[in-house]
Design a protein around this ligand. Structure first.
Ligand code: ACO
Length: 339
């Protein structure tokens, strides 16, 4: 291989509306569902999240994705015309077809690109980076936009207090470009896997025409069209697999956990992050976190927390980052990056 891939720009976009744990507690109380700020903070670390205004086209999944993409292009010093490929990772598109990626292409004017969505749930951004980088490394394309974008709150089951408190809406993007393989700054290594045996631990039962009378979908039960989650099992799997992947991918590159400057994990639960950091013996200060302010935004967690740290100047040239994600499926993805 004579080419490698480098992340040259990052960007994020969030809806304006903040929903604090207090707001959510009041909303759920109206449905006779009990929770509290204290419980949510203690068990998850989340303080607030953002919800899109569904009547505002600027806060649709596609619009948030396009805004994040433009910010990433600006940081990379590129225009939309430079983009060869757009991959949007999402599990909450507003249309089943066309893809969110095609809306992004239209909205930013990336007329020289081809676009597609992928769904690997919360691992989607890492899956997208790996996919796009294969086209770059084999010289099929030079520049790609990889976006993780979600408007998840319409999929929440307000009667399930263990899941509806977790999720929020956001988009994060990265511009990735071709560099010579001996470039210091590049994607170093990656690891992907999935395990469909655990599919039922986290799913959104579809409401599709095959179900018969589609008008009755919303009436069927609280689960149809909404997140169904086995939180306890996911928690255990997540800790085990995030830890194992971190060891696998660093080992593949001939590095050790001590060589990492930053762990950039999927933001699902502060207690998951702490358990993984403890098992890896990585100081918690080296773990990037934004779930306290945005909750779990699925495929958007890694690109948004990365973008925040880049813009704050915390991530510096030459540092080594480990992106570490798990999601419904189950899907797992880790990536080592030299910044
Ligand atoms: N408020 C108050 N009490 C609650 C709430 C709530 N919001 N939610 C659950 N409880 C109660 C339960 O009913 C239970 O009560 P009981 O003992 O009387 O039955 C008690 O709290 C303990 O419940 P657990 O489920 O054991 O709580 P746990 O500490 O495991 O926390 C949580 C639940 C936060 C869901 C945790 O298991 C978790 O974060 N799991 C991982 C979930 C996750 O990461 N999902 C996303 C995957 S990524 C993707 O692809 C989208």
């Amino acid at each position: 291989m004579i080419y490698a891939t480098k992340i040259t720009g990052t960007g994020s976009a969030y809806p304006a509306k903040r929903v604090t744990n207090g707001d959510l507690t009041k909303r759920l109380a109206e449905l006779d569902v009990q929770t509290s700020d204290k419980w949510i903070q203690a068990r998850t670390g989340i303080q607030e999240r953002r919800y899109s205004d569904l009547s505002n086209p600027k806060e649709s999944n596609a619009s948030l994705a396009a805004t994040a993409a433009m910010r990433a292009l600006e940081m990379a010093g590129k225009t939309a015309l430079d983009v060869d490929q757009i991959i949007v990772a999402t599990c909450s598109p507003e249309t089943n077809l066309p893809s969110i990626a095609c809306f992004v292409q239209r909205d930013i004017g990336a007329v020289n690109s081809w676009a597609m969505d992928i769904n690997a749930a919360c691992s989607g951004f890492v899956y997208g980076l790996v996919t796009a980088s294969q086209f770059i490394n084999t010289d099929q394309i030079r520049t790609a936009l990889v976006i993780g974008s979600e408007v998840l709150h319409p999929y929440l089951n307000w009667y399930d207090r263990s899941s509806c408190i977790l999720f929020g809406d956001a988009a994060g993007a990265a511009v990735i470009e071709q560099v010579p393989v001996n470039n210091e700054s590049k994607i170093l290594n990656w690891y992907l896997s999935s395990d469909g045996r655990y599919a039922n631990h986290l799913h959104i039962p579809a409401c599709c025409p095959q179900d018969g009378d589609d008008d009755s979908c919303q009436e069927k039960n609280h689960e149809t069209g909404h997140i169904v989650m086995n939180g306890r099992e996911i928690f255990k799997l997540a800790v085990r697999r995030l830890t194992k992947m971190a060891l696998t991918v660093t080992d593949k590159e001939g590095l050790s956990i001590k060589d990492l400057d930053w762990l950039v994990p999927h933001q699902a639960n502060q207690r998951i992050l702490e358990a993984v950091a403890q098992r890896l013996e990585i100081p918690i200060e080296k773990v990037l976190v934004n779930l306290d302010r945005f909750g779990n935004t699925s495929s958007a967690t890694i690109p948004t927390v990365l973008d925040e740290a880049v813009r704050q100047g915390r991530i510096k040239s030459g540092q080594t980052l480990l992106l570490d994600a798990f999601g419904a499926g189950f899907t797992y993805g880790a990536m080592l990056v030299r910044w």
